[in-house]
Design a protein around this ligand. Structure first.
Ligand SMILES: C[S@@+](CC[C@H](N)C(=O)[O-])C[C@H]1O[C@@H](n2cnc3c(N)ncnc32)[C@H](O)[C@@H]1O
Length: 292
């Protein structure tokens, strides 16, 4: 029996729905498009195109994996973020729309043509660093991650986007080993899930995202306690920082940053109106203070 694009989509949707996937319509469409080498518009303009045997078995494998709750981005090996497309694998967090709040905030603060040095702590796939550098040709960036495997993904993404000359990537434990270099902007989306909570998350996250990208220690705040003083240490006076947070962590992270001495500390919401980013500045130098 033949299988058309439209049948593949509706049957795929039903299969994913039965497996408990919470976005079966979109996911089935994405998997059909990828398996059948079809564009989105083909599902509307050419719905009766018949899939080849090879395309059918590829789709079958994709649906099988998705039914076992592997995320679409992992099955396809790529994920869109801001205006760029990133390669992803089991060693990096699949970048999320929530994190785009940081990109938006930095781009607003740093107009086009501005030269600045950007540091991304816990760079993962390179999402934040590369999305910003792609839009600010005069900027340079450094991405740090403790995972060598994640850095390999970030390096590949930088090269694919033609940004390898502007983005340095370094293995490190947050800012340790960075020496005396100071940055105009420091961003981070650190692990912030409380360890015990990880087992309660959706299988897509629990089984497929790297633990290093999720586990924020007993109360989820371990990374912020380290980052609060370290971020301020590596910022230039007056420099900007932006940290992603879990939506229940605002008060505690705001306090940590204020207690570390940050200025203009404020909370920013995501598109779902949830607390998502704590941003602020390192105090600017007063009259007579020396720069490092
Ligand atoms: C939540 S993921 C964020 C990845 C990427 N920045 C994004 O927003 O999609 C956190 C990243 O921090 C890295 N990481 C965890 N502990 C670290 C540490 N002590 N020093 C540097 N990076 C660390 C993880 O390997 C992971 O890539």
């Amino acid at each position: 029996m033949t299988l058309t694009l439209l049948q593949a989509w509706t049957q795929g949707r039903d299969r994913l729905k039965a497996a408990g996937v919470d976005s079966p319509v979109i996911d089935a469409r994405l998997l059909v498009e990828a398996a059948a080498d079809a564009r989105r518009i083909d599902l509307v303009t050419d719905p009766y195109r018949v899939l080849s045997d090879e395309q059918r078995s590829r789709l079958d494998e994709y649906l099988d994996r998705r039914s076992r709750r592997e995320p679409v981005s992992r099955i396809l090996g790529r994920k869109g973020f801001w205006k760029i497309l990133l390669q992803v694998n089991e060693h990096v967090l699949a970048p999320r729309p929530d994190t785009e709040v940081i990109v938006d905030l930095v781009l607003n603060a740093m107009p086009e043509g501005r030269r600045f040095d950007l540091l991304d702590l816990g760079v993962g796939s390179g999402a934040i660093l590369l999305a910003i550098l792609a839009e600010r040709p005069a900027a340079r960036g450094l991405g740090v991650d403790i995972s060598e495997e994640a850095l390999a993904v970030a390096r590949e993404n930088a090269a694919r986007l033609g940004l390898e000359g502007k983005a340095a990537l370094l293995r490190g434990d947050w800012t340790h080993g960075l020496g005396d270099d100071l940055f105009d902007v420091v961003v981070s989306n650190p692990p912030y899930i409380a360890s015990a909570e990880i087992e309660t998350l959706d299988p897509e996250v629990r089984h497929h995202e790297p633990r290093l990208a999720l586990d924020g220690g007993p109360d989820g705040l371990d990374a912020y306690r380290r980052l609060a003083p370290e971020v301020l240490r590596v910022l230039k006076p007056g420099g900007l920082f932006a940290l992603e947070i879990g939506h229940t962590q605002a008060d505690r992270v705001l306090r940590l940053m204020r207690e570390a001495g940050a200025d203009e500390v404020a909370l920013h919401k995501d598109l779902a109106d949830r607390d998502r980013v704590v941003a602020g500045r390192k105090k600017a130098l007063g009259n007579g203070e020396a720069t490092r």
